[in-house]
Design a protein around this ligand. Structure first.
Ligand code: ZN
Length: 362
């Protein structure tokens, strides 16, 4: 049983490697140096290969240098003049972290390598990829239809291509699926799960000591995945685990409310009982939406305002969900959901989710 895979040094491919080893494959890994700002991932990949070796698992590992070819590409991950965006991993601005045609290039090389092994060793080879559904929204080259087409094209363009096939065990799963699977694999292999995942990097903007910020979209996704399996991420962050977890949960809630028209639980928001003097800005685009002068205690569990700020120009839409007719309010500038507007006996009440607001005191 022969497998070839790309080992980025991130948690998905590392989890996949554990799975292949526990399934009994002889594995050859390729890591790519492509001018990525977060090339600490390569150091971590090497550390894991060494850890595996110390525990009796021989894994062939090669680092392929593509930095000269890919230095001409435009992406926040490789170009010094573009900032790595922060926030939730499904947000629009995360598209800046796409590297043009990256997975087609990586897959081409893996395919050529797999076919070489197949011919040399006269055996069937699987190409294993750790792609999963969490990547699909922002990275079209992680979608199943892309790999189907690619596999077809490669098969047409090569002799003896029947010896090579793609294997995507996590394509319908997410990072949580991968971590759960890795817990089982590590147990079976008698490897320490925390050591294995401490030897990974997911952050697109680690500091000079290799510590993750906890704030890039990829970080947030990873933190939430560890939280979902009830474990602490063993990787080092610039602040404490409690702090990065709180930030990730906040980012998740903000995305749910502002982009998926969700509602935070009543009496939980930071600004529900907050009466300092100042302005409340849109948490997404920073526009001033409300001022403390119009804030009042409605007792409903969410921040309430009797009026919007001058020039806030908040959008009002008819909302007939949940069996009610309400007026939904959205930030006009960034089209984010904010809450609802009710016309009551005492006058208008803007009932706003705290998580959509950033308060700036006077
Ligand atoms: Zn806004």
């Amino acid at each position: 049983m022969r497998a070839v895979m790309a080992l980025s040094g991130g948690m998905d491919s590392t989890g996949l490697l554990m799975r292949l080893l526990s399934d009994g494959y002889k594995v050859s890994c390729i890591s790519y140096e492509y001018g990525q700002k977060h090339n600490i991932e390569l150091t971590r990949a090497c550390a894991n290969i060494k850890y595996l070796e110390e525990n009796g698992f021989e894994v062939e590992h090669r680092i392929v240098d593509l930095s000269s070819a890919m230095s001409i590409f435009h992406s926040a991950l490789t170009s010094g003049d573009i900032e790595v965006p922060e926030g939730h991993y499904e947000e629009e601005q995360m598209k800046a972290t796409v590297v043009p045609n990256r997975n087609a290039i990586f897959a081409s090389i893996v395919y050529g390598y797999a076919l070489s092994i197949a011919l040399k060793e006269n055996t069937d080879v699987i190409i294993a990829l750790g792609v999963h559904s969490g990547d699909h929204a922002i990275y079209p080259d992680c979608r199943p239809e892309f790999y189907d087409s690619l596999g077809e094209a490669f098969a047409i363009g090569n002799w003896e291509s029947e010896k090579v096939s793609f294997h995507l065990p996590y394509i319908d799963g997410d990072k949580v699926t991968i971590l759960r699977d890795s817990l089982l694999s590590c147990k079976k292999l008698k490897l320490d799960f925390d050591t294995v995942f401490a030897n990974t990097n997911t952050s697109y903007n680690p500091d000079e000591r290799g510590r993750s910020s906890g704030t890039s979209g990829a970080d947030v996704e990873r933190i939430l995945a560890f939280h979902a399996i009830g474990r602490r991420d063993p990787v080092e962050y610039v602040t404490s685990w409690e702090e990065v977890l709180e930030g990730a949960l906040k980012s998740q809630l903000r995305y749910h409310v502002m982009k998926q028209n969700g509602t935070e639980r009543p009496f939980t928001g930071e600004y529900d009982k907050h009466y300092e003097n100042g302005k409340y800005h849109c948490a997404e685009c920073d526009k001033v939406l409300f001022t403390s002068e119009d804030k009042f205690d409605s007792g409903c569990g969410w921040p309430a305002f009797s009026s919007e700020a001058e020039q806030a120009n908040i959008t009002q839409l008819k909302d007939e969900t949940h069996g009610m007719v309400r007026i939904e309010v959205r930030c006009t500038d960034c089209d984010s959901h904010l809450g609802h507007l009710f016309h009551e006996f005492r006058g208008p009440r803007y009932c706003i989710n705290s998580i959509c607001l950033d308060f700036k005191g006077e």
